[in-house]
Design a protein around this ligand. Structure first.
Ligand SMILES: [Zn+2]
Length: 317
C-alpha cells in the first residue's frame, strides 16, 4: 500500500537538489547577460557609425507616435474658372507644388482665347483636379434655375460631355448643397428637388465647409492669409465640417487676379505647408467620395446633353 508523502519526507529531497538548482540559475543568468550584451555592442557600433548617440529605442518610439496621428485634410477648391484670375492661381499652386481642385464653368472655357489657353494649362498641369461647376452658372439667376431640376441636370451634363467626361463630381452654382451617398445637405430648401435630381442622374454634389470671402463688387478678398488660417484652426477645433477632420475650403479664381490678393494666396499656402497637422488633398480623395466612386463607377448613366442651354457672354461669377 502506498503511503502518501509527508512534508517531513519532502524536505530532504529539496535540500538535496538545492545546489543543483542554484547552479542552473547561475548558468541561466550568465546566458541572459551574454545574450543581452552581444546585440548591445552591435547597436553601439551602429549608433557610432550613424551618429546616433541616444538610446536606440527613443527615435523609434517617437517616430511611431508621430506617424500614428492622422493628419487633418484640407481640400483647397477654386470656383468659376477659367477667368482672369486662373493664371495667377495656377502659377502659385504649381510653384508651391500643392494639390488643388478647380470647379470650372463650361462656358468660360469658350469665352475667349485667353481662357481657352488657361483651360489647356489646367488640363496639362500636374497635381490638379478639374471638376464640374455647370455650363452656364445659372446665369447667376439661381432661384429660377433651380425651379427646373431637369434643366439643372442638363446644364451639368453639357459640361461633362463637352469638357469633363472623366468626372462626375460637381458643385452647384450659387448653392452650398451636398449629395454624396448618405451625406446630404441642402442650404436653400427650394433647390432640394434639383439637388436630388443631380444625385439621381449619377452626379456627386460637393459643397464647402469654409469660404475665403470676397467683396462681390470690388472682387477683393475680405480675409487675410492669417485670418484664413485662424478660421481653419477654429473650424477644426469646433468640428464645423460635414465630415470629421476633412475641411473643404472654397475660394474663387477671379479674386486672385490682383497682385495684392495673389500675394495673400501665396502666403496662405506657404504658411499652411509649414503645418504638420494638416495635409492638402484633391476632392476625389474626400472620404465619402472615394467610397462612393468605387460603388458607382460601373453604374454611371446620365442623360445625353442637349443644346437647350443658352450661352452667357463672358467670365462672370
Ligand atoms: Zn460659382
Amino acid at each position: 500500500m502506498e503511503t502518501p508523502s509527508t512534508p517531513d519526507e519532502a524536505e530532504p529531497a529539496t535540500d538535496f537538489f538545492k545546489p543543483f538548482f542554484t547552479f542552473i540559475l547561475f548558468l541561466s543568468l550568465m546566458a541572459c547577460t551574454n545574450s543581452g550584451k552581444k546585440p548591445g555592442k552591435e547597436q553601439a557600433l551602429l549608433r557610432s557609425d550613424t551618429g546616433y548617440i541616444t538610446d536606440e529605442k527613443k527615435p523609434f518610439v517617437n517616430a511611431k507616435k508621430k506617424n500614428s496621428k492622422p493628419k487633418k485634410k484640407i481640400y483647397l477648391t477654386f470656383d468659376d474658372g477659367p477667368n482672369k484670375g486662373t493664371k495667377n492661381v495656377l502659377d502659385i499652386v504649381q510653384d508651391e507644388n500643392i494639390p488643388v481642385t478647380f470647379f470650372i464653368v463650361g462656358e468660360h472655357v469658350f469665352a475667349s482665347q485667353g481662357q481657352r489657353h488657361n483651360w489647356n494649362r489646367l488640363k496639362a498641369a500636374d497635381n490638379i483636379e478639374i471638376c464640374n461647376h455647370s455650363y452656364t452658372h445659372a446665369h447667376n439667376r439661381y432661384d429660377r434655375f433651380y425651379e427646373l431640376p431637369e434643366t439643372v441636370v442638363k446644364d451639368m451634363v453639357k459640361t461633362r460631355d463637352s469638357l469633363l467626361p472623366e468626372t462626375n463630381i460637381v458643385r452647384a452654382p450659387g448653392r452650398n448643397s451636398w449629395r454624396i451617398d448618405s451625406l446630404r445637405y441642402t442650404d436653400i430648401k427650394k433647390s432640394k428637388l434639383a439637388m436630388d435630381s443631380l444625385q439621381k442622374a449619377g452626379f456627386i454634389v460637393m459643397g464647402w465647409d469654409l469660404e475665403w470671402h470676397y467683396d462681390h463688387k470690388t472682387f477683393q478678398t475680405q480675409n487675410t492669409a492669417d485670418e484664413m488660417l485662424t478660421m481653419i484652426d477654429s473650424a477644426f477645433a469646433k468640428k464645423r465640417m460635414r465630415y470629421p477632420n476633412n475641411l473643404v475650403l472654397l475660394a474663387h479664381d477671379q479674386v486672385y487676379h490682383s497682385s495684392a490678393d495673389s500675394l495673400q494666396l501665396r502666403t496662405f499656402i506657404q504658411k499652411l505647408k509649414t503645418r504638420d497637422d494638416y495635409e492638402l488633398a484633391l476632392v476625389s480623395a474626400y472620404p465619402t467620395i472615394r467610397k462612393h466612386q468605387s460603388i458607382t463607377d460601373t453604374v454611371r448613366a446620365v442623360a445625353p446633353a442637349t443644346d437647350t442651354v443658352k450661352p452667357i457672354k463672358t467670365d462672370t461669377l
